[in-house]
Design a protein around this ligand. Structure first.
Ligand code: IMP
Ligand code: MG
Length: 178
């Protein structure tokens, strides 16, 4: 797909991300201490690097599952409609669930996913997001754990894409059109 030309300016370094992920995993490990029924659910595809780093720092006997939802519309605007493209493989009834997401923007996606998971009878549902853009919020929702609050910029890297590109950058960068 043809894109307007752009450059990527680093916003959060790989080192800063690693330090924050370690701290988040520590808080999560303490919060779920003693449980042997935690399922960490990554939202595909944007969370794949974040969840990979996060679970390796969580000191609990966890399971990992994935859910893929889609929003319709163009590459830079999230839509209000959310559709399940790939459902969980495992049961979450009676389980503790931690949803791992890349970004909360308007809040529609996380709100919808949490509502959906609640219908499956989990014991507990919490969420951990790497990035939050509070100024963009349209639905009042806050993740249980947030990595970084960022301004209203379109970001890529560390799993996050612009038109499917740039997921492999080791840092978070902002897209600047040239
Ligand atoms: P929300 O439903 O508006 O909260 O949108 C959340 C989803 O929109 C995220 O999971 C991302 O897929 C996408 N998104 C929001 N902001 C950005 C961004 O800056 N870069 C890339 N994707 C984004
Ligand atoms: Mg997403």
């Amino acid at each position: 797909m043809a894109q307007r030309p752009y450059v990527i300016d680093q916003m959060i370094s790989a080192k800063a991300i690693a330090a924050r992920v370690e701290a988040l995993a520590g808080e999560i490990s303490r919060s779920f201490a003693g449980t042997d029924k935690l399922v960490v659910v990554g939202l595909l595809r944007g969370s794949f690097i974040f969840i990979a780093d996060l679970v390796r720092e969580i000191d609990l006997p966890i399971e990992v599952d994935f859910l893929e939802v889609s929003s319709y519309g163009n590459a830079m605007e999230s839509s209000r409609e959310v559709r399940v493209l790939k459902d969980l493989r495992g049961e979450i009834a009676g389980r503790d669930v931690l949803v791992v997401e890349d970004i909360v923007d308007t809040g529609f996606t996380l709100t919808h996913v949490l509502k959906l998971l609640q219908t499956k009878g989990p014991a507990r549902v919490d969420s951990c997001v790497l990035l939050d853009k509070p100024s963009r919020r349209e639905v009042p929702i806050r993740a249980t754990w947030t990595g970084f609050e960022i301004p209203d910029e379109f970001v890529v890297g560390y799993g996050i894409d612009y038109a499917q590109r740039n997921r492999n950058l080791p840092y978070i960068g902002k897209v600047r059109f040239t």
